[in-house]
Design a binder for this molecule. Structure first.
Ligand code: C2E
Ligand code: CA
Ligand code: CA
Ligand code: CA
Length: 282
């Protein structure tokens, strides 16, 4: 019995070591991926259900792995965040998003008044002391109108320093940048925070959307989010909309903007351009 206990401990250690070296290897691969330019952005359209217009898109990170093919951030975003690599990758994603959006504008595929590009900002990235300067510089390098840039932040940003967060957001909003609160309702939501933060939109998390039409709790949560947004004068946008019954429900609640497979998956840049070109002719 003593032996088998020892074996179990050894096995546990080995598993822990495997996990640790696996992680280190992934971290190294991600560092290489960055230097080799293996990251790409996909764009997922955001649609106004009332007239089917594409009102924006969310830029989503993809890793074109040389042997495994495209990898979604679910597999590696946490490693980027914990290793600090997210600062570089996030900076790249912001710059690339601004360049891509400027190019859509230059080619007449979108208009500055009717389209915004959403970029995910990790808490660590937002907390950089020079974050505002970085965004300012990226905007001026790309010559993208600031009003076309929307930053998606999560409730996790707030817990550290509310006043600092508000200060940075105000400075960016002065430039014309807007903010969406991502995954709303899944984190440390506090109405006190929400009231003080100068956000423009709430994104209804897909975990609520998924069961909204059969789970009365999820349905109630969505109703409550839309009501809060309305009373604070914020837009709502629903994510992960896959079926038309979900869309019908959301529209009944007064949420008209949505993003999800029902309309389109995230698309590589060329396909997203084709979609915009085709939808404009209608
Ligand atoms: P998120 O910000 O909540 O992004 C929405 C996720 O839902 C995306 O997953 C998108 O592909 C997926 N999605 C969209 N519509 C549907 C649908 O109808 N059904 C289902 N099942 N899923 C849908 P993705 O692209 O794998 O990204 C995962 C997460 O990685 C994102 O969640 C975001 O938190 C993070 N992420 C992605 N790109 C970046 C980035 O550039 N920077 C940072 N910091 N995080 C990023
Ligand atoms: Ca997002
Ligand atoms: Ca989200
Ligand atoms: Ca999410």
């Amino acid at each position: 019995a003593k032996d088998s206990g020892r074996n179990a401990i050894q096995m546990f250690r080995r598993t822990m070591q495997d996990a640790a070296s696996e992680r280190l290897r992934l971290e190294n691969d991600l560092r290489l991926a960055l230097s080799r330019g293996e990251f790409e952005l996909n764009f997922q359209p955001q649609v106004d259900a009332r007239d089917s217009r594409v009102v924006g898109a969310e830029a989503l990170l993809r890793w074109q792995h040389p042997t495994l093919g495209p990898q979604s951030p679910g597999e590696f975003i946490q490693v980027l965040e914990e290793s600090g690599l997210i600062l570089e990758v996030g900076g790249w994603a912001l710059a690339e998003s601004c360049r891509a959006c400027k190019s859509l504008l230059g080619d007449g595929l979108v208009s500055a008044e009717q389209f915004s590009l959403c970029v995910n900002i990790s808490p660590r990235q937002f907390r950089q002391s020079d974050f505002v300067e970085r965004v300012t510089r990226t905007l001026s390098d790309s010559r993208l109108p600031a009003s076309m840039l929307k930053l998606e932040i999560t409730e996790g940003i707030v817990i550290q320093n509310l006043d600092d967060t508000i200060g940075k957001m105000r400075r960016l909003k002065k430039l014309g940048v807007s903010f969406a609160m991502d995954d709303f309702g899944t984190g440390y939501s506090s109405l006190t925070y929400l009231k003080r933060l100068p956000v423009d939109a709430l994104k209804i998390d897909q975990s609520f959307v998924r069961e909204a039409t059969h789970d009365s709790n999820d349905a109630e949560i969505i109703r409550a989010i839309v009501a809060i947004a309305r009373s604070l004068g914020l837009e709502t946008i629903a994510e992960g909309v896959e079926r038309s019954d979900q869309l019908v429900f959301l529209e009944q609640q007064g949420c008209h903007l949505y993003q999800g497979y029902l309309f389109s998956k995230p698309l590589p840049s060329a396909e997203f351009r084709t979609l915009l070109a085709n939808s404009r002719q209608r």
